[in-house]
Each structure stands twice: as C-alpha cells, then as structure tokens.
Design a binder for this molecule. Structure first.
Ligand SMILES: C[S@@+](CC[C@H](N)C(=O)[O-])C[C@H]1O[C@@H](n2cnc3c(N)ncnc32)[C@H](O)[C@@H]1O
Length: 243
C-alpha cells in the first residue's frame, strides 16, 4: 500500500524496522511518499518515496537527515566544481537533497547495492532530477567500476553506513580506494552509534584517514542522539601539504 504522509520520526535501528538483508521483518512499515524540506533549508521540498521492501536503506535514516542538512547549510555554494558521489544512499535522501538545494554543475552519483537501484531511480523520477542525480550500483569492498574511476569523485557523502560489523572492512576499503583515486577528496561521514562496535569503525577510520569532527549548529542536539559528523581526508594529502 502506498500513501503520502507527513514526515515520521527518524527510524531507530530495530530489526523490525529494517529490510530482509539483515533480519526478516515480521511486518514492514507501509510504503509511503513524504515531502522533505530539511527544516526549511529547501524552498521547494523534495519527495522521498520510502519502501522497506527494497532493503533497510528503503527509509530515511537519522544520520542521513543530519548530513543532508549540514550540506545544505554549509556547502550550498561551494560545490560548483565538485564531483559528488554518495555511498549507501538508500532511497537517495542525501544526494537528492544536495542536488536540489546546492549549486552543482555535475550530476550527483547516488550509489548503493543493486536492490536499492529501483527505489533510487523512482525518487529521481519523482523529483524530475534526472539531469542532476545519477543512480548507480557500488558495492563496498569491490574494485571501483570504470564509471566511478572516470568520474574521480572529490566529494563523497556517506550517512548511516555504520551499522553492520561484517561490512566495516568493506566500507573502509571503498573509502580508502576513493581517497587513493582522488587524494584531494573530502568524505563527509555521518553515523549514529548504536553499538559499542560502531566506535571501532571510527577508530579504524582515524588510523587510516585524517579525520575532523565537523562544526554544525545542530551538533549539540544530534550528539545527544549519538550521531557523529566527520570529514575524512587522505593522510597522504596531509603529509604532502606539511612538506
Ligand atoms: C541504514 S541505510 C542508510 C541509507 C541512507 N544513507 C540514509 O541515511 O537514509 C545503509 C545503506 O547502506 C547500504 N549498504 C549496506 N551494505 C552495503 C555494501 N556492502 N555495499 C553498498 N551499500 C551497502 C544499504 O543497502 C543501505 O541502503
């Protein structure tokens, strides 16, 4: 069943609220389309269709909302020359928000596993953003495809991608590959700590990359919900600029 609703509260990471790739849900939240203006940061709201039948990325996650708002608030006018790629985009929440509200000149790649592709495509069509958002499959831990290598993203977005411990090394490998491909790139990384292991991910990232916790006017509020917002950059770039 599909309906158009006002925004529901951000989901908690409950096995009953997520898709079949982690735990078979007893009852899926009904598919629905919601208008989202990111607390007024978009003058024209985007429509986000959410459907957990696609997988756990089929609904908007709390770190996605935080990251989208951060990009709209602090990077609205400095992405004109950027090549933007989103990892684990789910239905495309962050990428659609950035493509709608930020000044961009190249399409934003929104990527996820193949099961999420139809939902990303649906949301791009729903918002008539075909010229500004390009959905694609990108599996963490696999070699980057030729399209990504050619695109050479220099702004990488990742929201709520820390939730499944076996995937941590895969995600770290892809982040490393992307920074090796473009050593000047910045990764905007937002996650919600749900388990102690999630901080292990951050520790590994801190070893591998130059990490900075980002300033954001909402930080006090979202940090109470255990949401963390970082930038990751290549350490190679750091040592080059120091020398
Ligand atoms: C919790 S959802 C977050 C979705 C969206 N970023 C948001 O904030 O609303 C995590 C996403 O990561 C994707 N994902 C999980 N493992 C992956 C992998 N190995 N390769 C690519 N994407 C993966 C899932 O399909 C899912 O869409």
């Amino acid at each position: 069943m599909e309906s158009k609703t006002s925004r529901s509260p951000s989901p908690e990471f409950s096995p009953l609220a997520i898709g079949t790739d982690l735990a078979p849900p007893r009852e899926l939240k009904a598919a629905a389309t919601t208008d989202l203006d990111f607390s007024g940061l978009l003058s024209n709201a985007i429509q986000l269709h959410e459907d957990l039948k696609s997988g756990n990325g089929g609904q908007a996650w709390p770190a996605g909302m935080v990251l989208a708002k951060h990009m709209l608030r602090y990077h609205r006018h400095d992405l004109q020359n950027s090549r933007i790629l989103e990892l684990g985009a789910g239905g495309g929440l962050v990428g659609l928000g950035v493509a709608s509200g930020c000044d961009i000149t190249q399409p934003v790649y929104v990527t996820d596993q193949v099961n999420m592709l139809p939902l990303m495509e649906k949301n791009v069509a729903l918002n008539k953003l075909g010229s500004r958002v390009q959905p694609a499959v990108l599996n963490w831990g696999e070699p980057l495809g030729a399209d990504v290598v050619n695109f050479k993203p220099d702004v990488i977005l990742a929201a709520d991608c820390v939730y499944f411990e076996p995937a941590f090394p895969l995600l770290l490998a892809t982040l490393s590959d992307l920074l090796a491909l473009c050593p000047s790139a910045t990764i905007y990384f937002c996650f919600k700590k749900r388990r102690r292991a999630d901080m292990q991910f951050l520790k590994r990232a801190q070893k591998a990359f130059q990490t900075v916790e980002l300033v954001d006017q909402d930080r006090e509020v979202f940090s109470r919900e255990n949401i963390f917002l970082y930038s990751f950059r290549s350490k190679t770039r750091e040592s080059k600029s120091a020398s």
